[in-house]
Design a protein around this ligand. Structure first.
Ligand SMILES: *Cc1c(COP(=O)(O)O)cnc(C)c1O
Length: 457
């Protein structure tokens, strides 16, 4: 394992991190009901809550901010963005939105409705919510073996082609609103999708005349995995790999807060004119005119530049390898992690790390709290706090795994920050047997992980 990763950038502007003590953090966390979502970001040293909208822009993007054209219609910045996106997707109709979920709301409002079915490798939660809100059903199908957190497979994000064929027979094509392939598969650990899988998918969609949507906010990270893991792609550029994948889709949805390398923004691109007209009507009444959507001219300028930078070879190598660096070193220490490491985050199996803490006492929450008190690190529980339900007797129906996600913001932290995270894990491992669980003392009826309050058992 190589020790040093070269960060392919120099730092031109710095944002100070306020260094705090474990005693202070213990007190602050208790005040926040032992829920890191309720902390002030100024009390966090290393924020690994999400990679969404938390990246750093380049000097060229900041320069783009200054020359953003704020004209209402036909702005230069819009023309720049449109040309970059058309070139990338090969799709003629480009709709800008304020974030990914706005693009989802527009598209799935038109394609969805009561009785419709959407099939995906895994619907991201806002995707599922937007689909279900129209009265449609969202079905996830990944291969059984991809669900094993330890099995080393190259493309655990793939959609299960056999299950898809069965579902098409079961529901009939009239009922199917669209097939959605999420690359990388965010909710399933940021695992990549192979080109073969998308080609097979295209063929099935052709056979049954189904619409194929690519939810591709991490399309560049996915291209890295294809180049290094799939036969026949070693000599292609990341941009060409992404273009090839997008050429297989009928529609592309992107949260620009990920591989757009900007802090907010979204895109919806389409091949079909009639569908684009319907979408543009909704865009105008809810987001803005078709040449800015929900974005300022400067945002579009920065996004156009970000979409070019993200395919840079040195950047993508640094990006994927630095996420793997954290995961590989944790594994070497004996911390159980979901394997192989995905593109944007490392998932720690807290259920296995703290086997003495019963599931009802949320081992993931225990790790999330420890990471904060020991090191000021903010992470998120993706286990029974987030996905657990209650049965009729009020007993917890646990999630499949008790995971903690360490999401890596783009171009924000250096290797020494990540080494510091590893040091904090050392301290936690030393006291591993003494760690205790938590009980919930307050929870709202929906999405409880955001605002629930906890007490140590
Ligand atoms: C983040 C994300 C979205 C939603 O995008 P927002 O910009 O947060 O609204 C949709 N799909 C996937 C796969 C995502 O990761």
């Amino acid at each position: 394992m190589r020790r040093t990763l070269f960060e392919p950038f120099k730092i031109k502007m710095v944002e100070p991190i306020r260094v705090t003590t474990p005693e202070f953090r213990q007190k602050i966390l208790e005040q926040a009901g032992n829920n890191p979502f309720l902390l002030h970001s100024s009390d966090v040293l290393i924020d690994l809550l999400t990679d969404s909208g938390t990246g750093a822009m380049s000097d060229k993007q900041w320069a783009g901010i200054m020359i953003g054209d704020e004209s209402y219609a036909g702005a230069k910045s819009w023309e720049h963005l449109e040309s970059v996106v058309k070139e990338l997707t090969g799709m003629p109709y480009v709709l800008p939105t304020h974030q990914g979920r706005a693009a989802e709301r527009i598209l799935y409002n038109i394609l969805g409705g009561v009785g419709k079915v959407f099939i995906s490798n895994t619907h991201f939660d806002t995707t599922r919510a937007n689909i279900e809100f129209t009265g449609s059903t969202a079905i996830d199908i990944i291969y059984e073996e991809s669900k094993d957190p330890e099995l080393d497979l190259p493309f655990k994000g793939n959609i299960d082609i056999e299950s898809l064929k069965q579902l098409i027979t079961q529901y009939g094509r009239q009922k199917i609103g669209a097939v959605i392939i999420t690359v990388t598969n965010n909710s399933a650990g940021g695992q990549p999708v192979s080109m073969r899988n998308v080609k097979d998918l295209r063929e099935i969609c052709n056979q049954h005349n189904l619409l194929l949507v690519i939810d591709g906010c991490r399309i560049a990270e996915n291209a890295y995995f294809i180049k290094h893991r799939e036969d026949g792609y070693a000599h292609k550029s990341y941009l060409d790999i992404a273009k090839e994948m997008l050429s297989l889709g009928d529609a592309f949805i992107m949260s620009a807060k990920k591989d757009g390398l900007v802090n907010t923004g979204g895109l919806l691109t389409l091949r079909d004119e009639a569908l684009s007209v319907k979408c543009k009507n909704l865009l105008i009444i809810s987001e803005g005119f078709t040449t800015y959507g929900g974005l300022a001219g400067r945002d579009m300028e920065a996004l156009a530049i970000g979409l070019t930078e993200v395919f840079n070879e040195d950047y993508l190598h640094y990006r994927i390898r630095s996420t793997a660096y954290l995961g590989e070193h944790l594994k070497a220490k004996g911390v159980p992690v979901v394997w192989p490491i995905g593109g944007h985050a490392v998932y720690v199996d807290a259920g296995k790390l703290f086997p003495h803490i019963p599931i009802q006492e949320y081992p993931g929450q225990s790790l999330v709290c420890d990471l904060y008190t020991h090191g000021g690190i903010r992470s998120v529980e993706v286990g029974s706090v987030m996905f657990g339900k209650y049965d009729e007797d009020g007993q917890l129906i646990p999630a499949v795994n008790e995971l903690v996600r360490l999401a890596i913001p783009r171009r924000v932290y250096t290797q020494s920050h990540i080494d510091y995270v590893l040091d904090v894990f050392d301290a936690i491992l030393e006291l591993r047997d003494q760690k205790r669980g938590y009980k919930i003392i307050y929870e709202p009826p929906f999405l409880r992980h955001f605002t629930a309050r906890f007490e140590k058992c």
